[in-house]
Design a protein around this ligand. Sequence first.
Ligand code: KIV
Ligand code: NA
Length: 276
Amino acid sequence: MKSTAVFKQMKGRQEPITMITAYDAPGGKAAEKAGMDIILVGDSAGMVVHGYDSTIPVTLDDMVMHARAVRRGAPGTFIVVDLPFLTYHSSIESTFTAVRRLMQEGGAQAVKLEGGDEATTETIARLTASGVPVTGHIGLTPQSVGVLGGYKVQGKTKEAAQRLMEEAQGLEQAGAFALVLECVPGELAARIAMHLSIPVIGIGAGAGIDGQVLVFHDAVGWGDNFVPSFAKQYTNVQTQIDEALENYVSDVKARAFPEDRHTFSMDASVLNDLGR
Ligand code: KIV
Ligand code: NA
């Protein structure tokens, strides 16, 4: 399993870091098999797995369950788990409780939390001082969608760009070992990555940074979720799933399934002895 030190070295030798989300054992297993550097158990589970229209309804129990499943599927991969909505804001005690559950019950190596304001950097400083590896997440922060007023590109004005740069530096100073940048112009993301010594992993943040993260279901084309323009669909498993299930339905209706090879049989004499 790779470590936070390895990710920093990878940035140093300009080797891109690969990250994908996973929510269950087969997803984790596939990611590990592909040689993913990091698996993110993201609260995007709310949308792609649970059918909500945002990450807000996702609970700590949900994330613990997803983390445990992913860990069983990917025993050898560094796992980061999202702290869900409002689990790291009210007190440091409740934040520690949430982190303890994600790491001890969920089996995660690290947690990720959204935001770059002073309160968030203070929380990150407390966590890292206590031995918790933390990934920051700024730019588009989906847990604040209600405040941001929608899912849109961040950091396009001089003030917003300046603020993102300062937040990124604050998160590094607070001890974050990596930073996720979401929906930020490529030029600004590259500038931020250049000014930081910790790896910057992007989603919708261009190629000039230290790594990339995609949502599993976007990458494989699973579900009917909106696929953002910055995501790349490497395949479309949904069309295969649709076809398979349609064929199953028509097979059963036509009595074409099950066939003999799908059916157990027994000695005819036993059936005779049974009478009628
Ligand atoms: O939950 C998630 O999938 C994420 C990524 C988009 C970075 O936080
Ligand atoms: Na997330």
